[in-house]
Design a protein around this ligand. Sequence first.
Ligand code: SF4
Ligand code: SF4
Length: 359
Amino acid sequence: MINIIGIGPNRENITLSAFEALKKADVIIGYKKYIEFVEDLVEGKEIIKKGMGDEIARGELAISKSLEGKNVALISSGDPGVYGMANLMFQLINKYDNVDVKVFPGVTALNYSASLLGAPLHDFAAISLSDILTPFEEIEKKIEYAAKADFVIAIYNPISKKRKKPFKRFKEILLDVKGPETLIGIVDSSQNISKTKIVTLNQLNEDDINMSTTLIVGNSLTYIENGFLITSRGYVVKSPIHPLSNEFYTKYLNGETATGSNVDCDFYPCHSELQCCDFCYCPFYPCGDGSTGGKWIKNKNVWSCEDCIWIHKKHTVNCVKDGLKDILKEVSDLKTNQKKLLKLRRSCILKTKINKNKE
Ligand code: SF4
Ligand code: SF4
């Protein structure tokens, strides 16, 4: 029997089932650094440490030990099915009769990194920049499509001493598709204690990363708050319609509100030069999502839109107005259709932010 065991990113994050499987094993096989993580759990067992790049040799050795009747633990860091040993083992065992394998999942580098950064994951893609086994054009295409689809993107193997070109190209593609302000969480696990940093794409440079770094690229709804990287899921914050908003949308539905820049307003410009005033009162209020600049005023239960200039941009206004035609027929829809409104907000963020640098 071969148990392919994901030991997670470090000793503290090993799962209980992986822990139990290691205890029952007769032979432990793995890359030497990973075995060192669990040395105390495998004392007294036959231990075979191998170097990096010996994956096939490790796999064949596990099979031959298993054919001798031994209970083998083949160790992967993270999860065996995510750039680990599981895929290879399922290919190798087809050469033999009577080799049983079982996969024990582990905490992946992307889950671990995301938890250190905050909560950046929503719909996401994981891409390895290693072109050792994968053609470079395939990697380029995956980065481009994941960025265009607005996935949060976890990047594995971003760079090595000899392999710098994929990282350079990754930056170029993201700059082109998403723009320089794209947020990126960096988790460096090369030392015993992982270090985190959050930068914009513009600030990301080679000195910040190494072979043990995982990058989490935010999507158009990702923002930073209190030092954490967060991607909103779009939950509705229940709230009554404010009397001033009620008054505004009564006029809006009658076509009586200002369009474009309302230079006659005493407060103009309340947010930025050339702002559009079409949504002086935001139909999404309170969105509860900091990705466009809003935030809670602490301990007051009040959502502040002071720093949101997104709703006053021309492209945003056009997108929102278009979507409102089907959602907002009467003022009470601001409350009853709150979920639909937040989905409209999300879709307009995607349309306006993802192509931002091409406008
Ligand atoms: S958005 Fe600001 S500047 Fe424009 S009408 Fe409203 S308060 Fe005045
Ligand atoms: S103005 Fe901006 S922050 Fe405020 S509710 Fe609307 S979208 Fe959210």
